[in-house]
Design a protein around this ligand. Sequence first.
Ligand code: GLC
Length: 428
Amino acid sequence: MCAAAFAALLLPASAQQACYVPTPEVLESRREFASDRFGVFIHWGIYSMFGQGEWYLNYGPTAEEYMKAARGFYPADFDASAWVSAVKDAGARYICITTRHHDGFSMFDTAENDYNIVDGTPFRRDILKELADECHRQGIALHLYYSHLDWVRDDYPQGRTGRDTGRDATKADWESYYGFMNRQLTELLTNYGPIRAVWFDGWWDHDEDAEPFDWHLDEQYALVHSLQPGCMVANNHHQTPFEGEDIQIFERDLPGENNAGLSGQAISRLPLETCNTMNGMWGYKIKDQNYKDSRTLIRYLVRAAGMGANLLLNVGPQPNGEIPAAALSRFKEIGEWMRANGETVYGTVAGPFPAQSWGTSTRKDDRLFLHVMTPETDAILLPADVKIKNAREFSTGRGLRVSRAGDHAVVHLDTIPDVTDYIVECAL
Ligand code: GLC
């Protein structure tokens, strides 16, 4: 809860303003976002040229040498309309793209420096503009990833990462860096049409336990909200949401799980999003061809929906501007599945009980969808408080037998075909 709200009886009205009240436009964005259930994350920058992921600069080169790569960046095959069409065919409803990652390179036309896609490369095209226009044309919402930390700028007060890039730490200047970020955010939220969310990352670069660091988020979030009243704020800080945020993010884990070591934080009442990779890396990694298969990805998406969360599934485009074929083929298969079954995922909320050994559930009004992902299941015992009128196979509409065991309804399944997700629709 907002501290100001807690102290509302004791403090003057001015203090209460610290409490974030989302605008009706933001509330609408939150509703729309929560019903999307599936988005595509795009990590793309000059790091793609090294083929070793987006953290390459952190592992050896100096910033001075690394930045020279910009002059060789010419993604000849970049085609915004092909990207957006592929995303749309996959059944995803929004894109979140890295506008500036930790390497500080801006993938958009910025007046702040020349280290950007238009002034710093021979390509000279504003790929963000092309992508934004295409998203707006094809009806795909656009979210912008923006790194709070920077491994090349001297004025960024160095944190835990990027310590060997040769920056001059004595030149750290928060005021200067904060001004730079806010002017870039102003460009991003002014020149590219409606942006549905800004997705911050890098807060964790300063170790709060060792030395508290003030990122001045309140003012920055207020700036975002004032530039576009419908734009949501998300922050990948791996904490429960802060005041002024509209989405809770989980990285590489479903809400409540913590296999990757970044999550486990309490689940808030904000719309939820889990981001994850298709192979093992966010940015293009030439050696990582270890892509999860479509069945695994679809089941992950369904399990996210069963927890009331969106899946933001990442792809790392190649240096030539194309999305890797392995990712495109998965998009295609996910899309086929979504066209047949999306009704049980889009616009749903989490089912009335937690995930079970057989799978998970989603709900839309008075329809409950049981997503059975272990084919050996022959009957499902529902919790006593879940009362159903009948059950049928979602794909065919064929009725399924429902019996009682005490207070519990039992849905009987025949032999389940070898499918990714056997869906049972129950009337509540
Ligand atoms: C981490 C990484 C970053 C990646 C992000 C995506 O915070 O630093 O490279 O962009 O996760 O969730």
